[in-house]
Write a protein that binds this ligand. Structure first.
Ligand SMILES: Nc1nc2c(c(=O)[nH]1)N[C@H]1C(S)=C(S)[C@@H](COP(=O)(O)O)O[C@H]1N2
Ligand SMILES: [Mo]
Length: 442
């Protein structure tokens, strides 16, 4: 049940209510997704969310009175279920859906599909037909415009696979003070999976890249929360150099299965090591731009940090904010689970993962004395660039009592994780402070 925590601002969230009173929770959930239409029926804009919650399209939905709770949910004792996802994910928001993975569930080498975090800015497309899905590549710096079906991608280009880490730029936001608006991610907006698809480079070269190309961007098929079909939810991208990197991909499979609906089915971009917001889901268009892309969530304060450090709480002008590129060095202890109890004479085998944007992690250390002294862990060599690496160590404790296990990674450029919160920034990005878990020795 402790996995069903809600964030601070969502104290009255559906999960918490569920623990006490399921039917009350149903009402809370339903109240949030069924704004009244003109005659007291559910608004069209709320339908997509309702259908996602039910896991099927409600036939005759136009006749279903707003305020009434679907029978499927009314007697259910299940927590809010995200299609295709484990109920152990911690749901931070249900419209749009945002859910993170508790650290101990990230223990497998590669993150399983049902445990991979979900960060939606809008409403995912429904009734996707992979047979008619197309990807268009165009833009001022494209020599031609081309359109590909999924079959074209699979048949006309070499299929490759890489293990790539995706981490939301706002992972760890919860710790910032003064707090930053947005999803209050703790440590779980990260995962590393095996992705299968084609190299983005092969597609861009097939279309032809003009000399003045600077950036690429994506457009997805999700819809804006306002319901306005002409509004783009999010359109970000990366400099052309990152787009042309060997490991930058357009993918249709994750861990050898079709992409989960929530992670971009049937097609998405994956740029390992960069803010995951660059990796467009439900991908239908890529544009090659002759300037730094300026779509929604590229400009202003989004996915940007002050170019120079500022004191906490400072208002920073848009022109003094710089775009986040590769993510900083970071690590996560995935075994044991925080709060573990062990007996004094036992050796504890700890393990976890470490990653560092475009760089490799060179070493990782652990501390059981709040950072006063550090001991080395062993670390695996990366499967490929932008893949997280696995570490482990055997830990002994000198006496009974409460301990914290801290982990600190250092990358090949000599950059280490800070022990406490790094530079405050208005939107709460890039918190790569050491992960720590509690251990009781008896
Ligand atoms: N089309 C589209 N792509 C998107 C998003 C989105 O809302 N719509 N969210 C972005 C953000 S902010 C993140 S962190 C990642 C999350 O990927 P995941 O949900 O597969 O974990 O997707 C990115 N790609
Ligand atoms: Mo994100």
């Amino acid at each position: 049940m402790s996995d069903l925590r809600m964030n601070k601002k969502d104290k009255k969230g559906i999960h918490q209510l569920y623990q006490n009173n399921p039917s009350q929770a149903d009402k809370a959930l339903w109240g949030r997704i069924t704004p009244l239409g003109r005659r007291g029926f559910i608004k069209k804009s709320a339908l997509a969310t309702m259908n996602a919650v039910l896991g099927a399209n409600m036939v005759f939905a136009e006749h279903f009175p707003a305020g009434m709770i679907p029978a499927l949910l009314y007697h259910s004792t299940e927590p809010f279920q995200i299609p295709g996802k484990s109920e152990q994910l911690v749901v931070l928001n249900d419209r749009p859906i945002n859910a993170e993975t508790p650290a101990h569930l990230l223990d497998p080498e590669w993150t399983p599909n049902d445990l991979f975090f979900v960060r939606n800015n809008g409403i995912p497309p429904e009734n996707v037909n992979p047979k008619s899905w197309t990807l268009t590549i165009e833009g001022e710096s494209a020599k031609t415009t081309k359109r590909y079906s999924l079959e074209d991608l699979k048949n006309n280009f070499p299929t490759v696979h890489y293990y790539l880490t995706l981490e939301c730029g706002g992972n760890g936001r919860k710790e910032f003070n003064p707090p930053a608006k947005g999803n209050q991610w703790s440590t779980g907006a990260v995962g590393c999976a095996k992705w299968t698809g084609v190299k983005l480079k092969d597609l861009l070269e097939d279309v032809g890249i003009k000399k003045d190309a600077v950036y690429i961007t994506y457009y997805g098929k999700d819809t804006h929360l306002s319901g306005d079909p002409n509004k783009t939810v999010i359109s970000r991208g990366v400099p052309i150099e990152k787009a042309l990197q060997e490991e930058s991909m357009v993918v249709w499979a994750m861990n050898d299965q079709a992409l989960p609906v929530m992670n971009g089915y049937p097609l998405r971009l994956v740029f390992g090591g960069w803010p995951a917001s660059c990796s467009g889901k439900w991908l239908q268009k890529i544009a090659i731009r002759n300037k730094i892309h300026d779509g929604p969530k590229m400009t202003g304060q989004s996915y940007r940090v002050p170019c120079k450090p500022v004191p906490p709480g400072t208002k920073v002008a848009d022109e003094d904010m710089c775009i986040i590129e590769a993510m900083p060095v970071k690590s996560l202890i995935t075994y044991p689970k925080s709060g573990a109890m062990i007996s004094l004479n036992r050796t504890l085998n700890i393990r976890g993962h470490a990653w560092a944007g475009d760089a490799a992690v060179k070493n990782i250390e652990y501390s059981i004395d709040f950072g006063r002294s550090w001991n080395p862990c062993t670390i695996s060599t990366p499967e490929n660039r932008n893949a997280w690496q696995h570490f482990e160590a055997q830990v002994k404790f000198p006496e009974t009592g409460y301990y914290e296990l801290w982990a600190k990674a250092t990358d090949e450029n000599g950059q280490s994780q800070p022990m406490i919160l790094p530079g405050w920034n208005p939107r709460g990005y890039l918190n790569n402070a050491c992960h720590r878990i509690a251990i009781k020795v008896q």
